[in-house]
Ligand binder design. Structure first.
Ligand code: ATP
Ligand code: MG
Length: 499
């Protein structure tokens, strides 16, 4: 019997509804939904034979590859919770996430074998391919229904502001995330989503979920390559792609004077702030940019801006998707329009909490609302503008300074490759902004030049007091800037100066 709180096993259902439609393309191979279902079934049997059963927590360390997708679905079929592991993690980080999530199995791609050797003693490691050669597996008991309240995946946050936290993502969270997205973007019969973002992140995982729920094709790339992406958009009938700013920048320079075909209908841009210059370039090239705001805890987008507003509401992340709500909280109260405060969100796509972290969960989830830790404001028409993370806010002489704004200005300088800004203690002002800059050409500009450049665009309290040139900026496995590490860089430098 199907309960109201259950949905049918969605890949199985999809394979019954549209068995012959192409589900997945990878290099020169394509798989229909029926193929996907039967491969998931076979993998489910193989994994069952290895001892994986309903209720187990299983780590999956695998890149963007069809096998990873078959196994992911196979684990859902068996009723196991999947911990999606970032393949760029160090041994210690991996160990932390496996221990922290209480995973009793790890399934790893062959190529990461060395990275996970340390686990061999106490956990079963099944290497893809190597360990699954036989084929007479017993048939596994597979779920006919998914309980929307059950945890489907545990996904760690990127660890930009602290240690990564394991976010519980239920089937219901993924389901509603897919529904919220499609109620906004619409669904075309020939839709094809190009997935070059990692499937171990919510940006990639959510594409896999949408494909099955909507019945649309995915073209999968194992990594991001702007030439390959542009070629596929030009030639493979891609209609939607998910990108972050750095990817879009590279796609545009590779594209040159060409334009994308009309069938390409959505450039979903998220993960961080979008600079005005980039949006201007997209406008000139008729690229339909949908800016979006979301996080691991909201199982992908929660706020999205449609292209018709992209110029009028420049820099806005848009309005909350149909099933979701947001407001801004300031001093414990709802903030009026245009006043900055913490972004608070609600919706069936929002997590029920962090695994084994009662304190953090209690702090983040209050009366059904999730406190994002991000600062932003809503304009009088309800459009969200994300300013920065609360933990990165610099307070200088009582004024709030958002590092992202200063980084945006620095990035406009032709010799600046990238910039990171953080606050540093100051006896007069409390804190002052310091900038760390990676130049495109070494010694092309001086600190004084950079400060002068900032003064043209920023109020004096926002102008960095120091600009330090560094060979690279500290980033985490998700390639996000670690501003807290900048702080450390500076402290270390000052320490050596004192010594
Ligand atoms: P951690 O929570 O461990 O510090 P993280 O927040 O970077 O890591 P993710 O869930 O991958 O982990 O990232 C979500 C965050 O990315 C958001 O909370 C927000 O700070 C930032 N972000 C996402 N979209 C946007 C956007 N459109 N504009 C500005 N910031 C954004
Ligand atoms: Mg976060």
């Amino acid at each position: 019997m199907i309960h109201a709180e259950c949905v049918p096993n969605w890949l199985k259902k999809r394979s019954e509804l549209t068995p012959d439609r192409i589900a997945l393309e990878f290099n020169d191979h394509s798989y229909s939904f029926l193929d996907l279902h039967s491969r998931a079934n076979t993998w489910a049997s193989a994994l069952y034979k290895k001892g994986i059963k309903k209720g187990d927590t299983v780590g999956l360390l695998a890149g963007n590859h069809p096998d990873s997708i078959f196994i992911l679905h196979a684990l859902f079929y068996l009723g196991a919770r999947v911990v999606l592991l970032n393949s760029r993690m160090t041994e210690n980080e991996l160990k932390f996430q496996l221990d922290d999530s209480d995973a009793s199995f790890l399934i790893s791609e062959q190529k990461f074998k060395d990275q996970v050797q340390f686990l061999k003693k106490n956990r079963l490691i099944a290497y893809l391919k190597e360990d699954f050669k036989e084929s007479d597996w017993p048939e596994a008991p597979i779920l006919d229904e998914f309980d929307l309240e059950e945890t489907a995946t545990i996904m760690y946050t990127s660890g930009t502001t602290g240690k990564p936290k394991g976010v519980l993502q239920t089937f219901g969270n993924h389901w509603w995330s897919a529904i919220g997205s499609v109620l906004n973007l619409g669904l075309h019969e020939k839709d094809t989503w190009l997935c070059t973002v990692p499937i171990f992140h919510i940006s990639g995982l959510s594409i896999l979920m949408r494909s099955v729920i909507y019945g649309i094709r995915i073209v999968l790339h194992d990594s991001f390559n702007e030439k390959k992406v542009n070629d596929d958009i030009m030639n493979k009938g891609i209609t939607i792609i998910s990108v972050v700013t750095a990817m879009l920048n590279r796609m545009l320079s590779e594209l040159g004077s060409q334009e994308y075909p009309n069938a390409f209908r959505c450039m979903l841009l998220g993960g961080g702030p979008a600079p005005k210059s980039l949006l201007d370039d997209c406008k000139v090239k008729n690229i339909p940019v949908y800016q979006t705001y979301g996080m691991t805890e909201t199982s992908s987008q929660i706020v999205t801006l449609s292209p018709e507003y992209s110029m009028d509401k420049l820099g806005s992340a848009g309005k909350p998707l149909f099933p979701s709500e947001i407001y801004i909280e300031l001093d414990g109260k709802k903030a009026p329009a245009n006043q900055a405060g913490e972004i608070v969100v609600k919706g069936p796509n929002v997590t029920k909490g962090y695994y084994n972290r009662t304190r953090e969960t209690k702090k983040a989830l209050q009366n059904g609302w999730f406190y994002t830790g991000d600062i932003g404001y809503l304009d009088e028409e309800g459009f969200l503008f994300v300013l920065d993370r609360r933990s990165d806010l610099i307070i200088s002489g009582g004024e709030n300074i958002y590092p992202a704004e200063i980084e945006g200005v620095l990035s406009r300088h032709p010799y600046v490759f990238e910039a990171g800004v953080t606050g540093f203690p100051d006896s007069k002002w409390g804190q002052v902004p310091y900038a760390f800059v990676v130049l495109t050409h070494e010694n092309s500009v001086t600190e004084a030049d950079m400060i002068e450049f900032c003064q043209m665009f920023l109020a004096s309290y926002k102008t960095p007091k120091r600009v330090l040139f560094v060979p690279e900026l500290p980033r985490n496995g998700s390639n996000k800037l670690l501003r807290r590490e900048l702080r450390k860089l500076l402290e270390e430098e000052q320490q050596t100066d004192e010594d």
